[in-house]
Design a protein around this ligand. Structure first.
Ligand SMILES: [Cu+2]
Length: 146
């Protein structure tokens, strides 16, 4: 009687340990895959590009855009040529809309410029960073203008 109870408890405990290990494996593996994918992305990226706007989100009409450019080590890149291409996809009633904005370096890897947003809605902003005409990197930012 006593022995069989003890056996049952220890089986339950063993099951809990095995289940716990299985969960640990299941949660660890995807994290490792994600880390590997992230590492591959980081290796590819030579520049880190961030886009912000004033106001945020941008409004129809004139807005100020700021792009932060850093190298892979996180050091600001101060001598780049930075442009932001705004594209709104065509709809049944409207052809594709495009606007290219040139940004000027102000300080510590920050590039600013003002640009017209022709209408409210979804735009894809592709920021391209070049040095001496050679592309260092580019990044697409989906934005929704008010
Ligand atoms: Cu439009």
């Amino acid at each position: 009687m006593f022995d069989s109870n003890t056996q049952r408890v220890s089986n339950t405990r063993m099951f809990a340990i095995v289940a716990g290990m299985a969960i640990a494996v299941m949660t660890t593996v995807p994290l490792r895959v994600t880390a590997a994918v992230q590492a591959a992305r980081d290796q590819k990226a030579t520049v880190d590009i961030m886009l912000t706007s004033k106001p945020s989100p941008p409004k129809t009409g004139e807005n100020t855009f700021e792009v932060m450019v850093k190298d892979a080590a996180g050091k600001p890149i101060t001598d780049a040529e930075v442009t932001a291409m705004f594209v709104m996809a065509a709809t049944k009633t409207m052809p594709e809309m495009k606007n290219n904005v040139t940004l000027k370096h102000t300080k510590e890897g920050s590039y600013t410029g003002s640009g017209q947003v022709a209408m409210a809605g979804n735009w894809d902003v592709t920021v391209t960073v070049k040095r001496a005409g050679k592309e260092l990197g580019s990044k697409k930012f989906p934005i929704t203008a008010k």
